[in-house]
Design a protein around this ligand. Structure first.
Ligand code: SF4
Ligand code: SF4
Length: 415
C-alpha cells in the first residue's frame, strides 16, 4: 500500500469542516455526469480524509477519482461550511505526485509541462503547428483517420483552429485623460500566443479608463497549471519569479485569464511573502466596471459563459455582465448552467477527453438554446474549448473575451 507522504499534506482541519451535507453534489459536473458518490466533492473529501488518517492508501482507484475532478471549484461556491476544496485538491495531487506520477498520463504530462508554462517554447510549438496546418499536412493527416488511434493527440489537433500573428506589446501604455492609477498587465502563456488581441484590447481599455499600464516583457507563467497538477515546488518557483517581474509601485496587477487570476490572488497560500502581491491582483473586468468608458453601439445578441476560475475561484460574476450591458444596442441573454464547467480545465480536456466531451456537448446545447451568435467568456481555455464544440456542431457562433466587445464598442463611439 502506498501511504500518503507528509509533505504538502491537505489540511486536516479544512477537511473536517465538511459536514457531509451533500449540498455541493448537484453543482459538481462529474457527479452530474457519473452519479457516483466517490466522483462528488463529498466523496473526494472522504477519500482525502481516509488517506490523511492512514485508513486507505494512494491506490489506483483513489487516484482515478481525484484525476476525474476538474478542479472547477463549483463545490466551493455551493458549500455552506466554506470548505476550500481547491486547496485540498492541490495538496492531495501533490501527495499523489510525490508517491509517483500516473503511468497513463506520464508522457502527455511531460510534454504539456515542458511546453505550456514556457512562453517561448509554446510560441515555437505553435509556429510549427501553423506550418503543419497551412502546408496542408493537417488536412492529409485528418483524411487518413490515423488520429482516431490517438484520442489525446486528436483532441490537441482539434482544439486549436489557427494561430494568429502576434505583434509584441509595448512595455508601457500611457493613461488617457486623468491618471487614476498605475497597473501591471499579465500577458499569460496561452493568451499571448493564441489571443494576442485580448491583451492588446485589455491594455487599450485600461488606458482609456485612466490607468498607466506596465507590461514587463520578461514575465513568465503564473504557475496555475503546475499548481493544479500537484507540482507544488515548481508552482511556488513560478509564483516568486512572476511577482519579481513586476515593479513594486503598481496599484494593481491585472489579468484577463480567469485561471491565472485565481491562482495569483491566492499566492499568499503558497508563500506568506507573496500575500501583498496577491492582494493587488484584479481581473480586468473588476477595474473596468468602476470606470466610465466611452462606448458606442453594437447590435449583437450575446450570451455569457462564467469561466469556473472567475465565478467560483474569484467570485467575479456581475462585473463582466454589467460591462456588457453598458454597450448600447447589445442584448445580453442569460445562459442556462452558465457556471457549469465546459470541460476545458487547464489540460483536463487533453488528459480526460471523455468527460471533457460530455461537458462540452452540454455547454454547446445550452448555447444553442439562447439563440445568441456571440458567446463571451473570460478565459482562453474556455474560448478554445467552446469554439471547438461549436465548430464540431457546424454552428455559426463566435467566441470572444468581454474586452474584445468593449474595445469594438469603444471604436464605435462617436463622441
Ligand atoms: S472541483 Fe468541480 S469537479 Fe471537483 S469536486 Fe468540486 S465541483 Fe466536482
Ligand atoms: S457542501 Fe461542503 S460541507 Fe456539504 S458535503 Fe459538500 S463540501 Fe461537505
Amino acid at each position: 500500500m502506498v501511504v500518503a507522504p507528509r509533505a504538502d499534506a491537505p489540511d486536516l482541519d479544512e477537511i473536517r469542516k465538511c459536514v457531509h451535507c451533500g449540498i455541493c453534489l448537484p453543482q459538481c459536473p462529474t457527479y452530474r455526469v457519473l452519479g457516483e458518490e466517490m466522483d462528488s466533492p463529498r466523496g473526494r473529501i472522504y477519500l482525502m480524509r481516509a488517506a490523511a488518517e492512514g485508513r486507505v492508501g494512494l491506490t489506483e482507484n483513489f487516484q482515478r477519482h481525484l484525476d476525474l475532478c476538474l478542479g472547477c471549484r463549483a463545490c466551493e461556491t455551493a458549500c455552506p461550511s466554506g470548505v476550500r476544496f481547491g486547496s485540498l485538491l492541490e495538496a492531495t495531487r501533490a501527495q499523489l505526485r510525490r508517491a509517483g506520477p500516473p503511468a497513463k498520463h506520464r508522457l502527455l504530462q511531460a510534454f504539456a509541462f515542458a511546453i505550456f508554462p514556457e512562453p517561448s517554447r509554446l510560441g515555437a510549438a505553435l509556429t510549427v503547428f501553423k506550418l503543419y496546418r497551412r502546408s496542408g499536412l493537417r488536412a492529409l493527416v485528418r483524411a487518413t483517420g490515423a488520429l482516431r488511434l490517438f484520442p489525446r493527440l486528436a483532441a490537441m489537433d482539434a482544439l486549436v483552429d489557427d494561430v494568429p500573428a502576434a505583434a509584441p506589446l509595448p512595455e508601457f501604455v500611457a493613461a488617457r485623460g486623468r491618471v487614476r492609477g498605475r497597473v501591471g498587465l499579465l500577458t499569460g502563456c496561452v493568451q499571448r500566443h493564441l489571443y494576442p488581441g485580448v491583451n492588446r484590447d485589455t491594455a487599450r481599455l485600461l488606458s482609456l479608463a485612466g490607468f498607466e499600464v506596465v507590461i514587463p516583457r520578461e514575465q513568465g507563467c503564473c504557475g496555475a497549471l503546475e499548481l493544479h497538477a500537484g507540482r507544488a515546488d515548481a508552482a511556488r518557483a513560478r509564483a516568486r519569479a512572476l511577482a519579481a517581474a513586476f515593479p513594486d509601485d503598481l496599484d494593481f496587477v491585472v489579468t484577463n485569464a480567469a485561471g491565472c487570476g485565481a491562482t495569483m490572488k491566492e499566492y499568499g497560500h503558497q508563500s506568506a511573502a507573496l500575500a501583498g502581491f496577491a492582494g493587488r491582483v484584479r481581473d480586468v473586468t473588476e477595474l473596468l466596471a468602476g470606470a466610465d468608458l466611452p462606448l458606442g453601439p453594437l447590435e449583437l445578441t450575446v450570451t455569457y459563459h462564467d469561466a469556473c476560475h472567475l465565478a467560483h475561484g474569484q467570485r467575479v460574476r456581475q462585473e463582466p455582465r454589467l460591462l456588457l450591458r453598458r454597450i448600447p444596442g447589445l442584448r445580453l441573454v442569460e445562459l442556462a448552467e452558465s457556471d457549469l464547467c465546459c470541460g476545458s480545465a487547464g489540460v483536463y480536456n487533453l488528459l480526460e477527453p471523455g468527460m471533457a466531451r460530455e461537458l462540452l456537448d452540454r455547454k454547446v446545447a445550452r448555447i444553442v438554446e439562447t439563440g445568441a451568435r456571440v458567446v463571451a467568456a473570460a478565459n482562453p481555455g474556455c474560448l478554445l474549448q467552446i469554439a471547438w464544440g461549436c465548430r464540431q456542431r457546424g454552428l455559426d457562433v463566435t467566441l470572444v473575451h468581454p474586452v474584445e466587445l468593449l474595445a469594438r464598442a469603444a471604436d464605435a463611439y462617436q463622441g
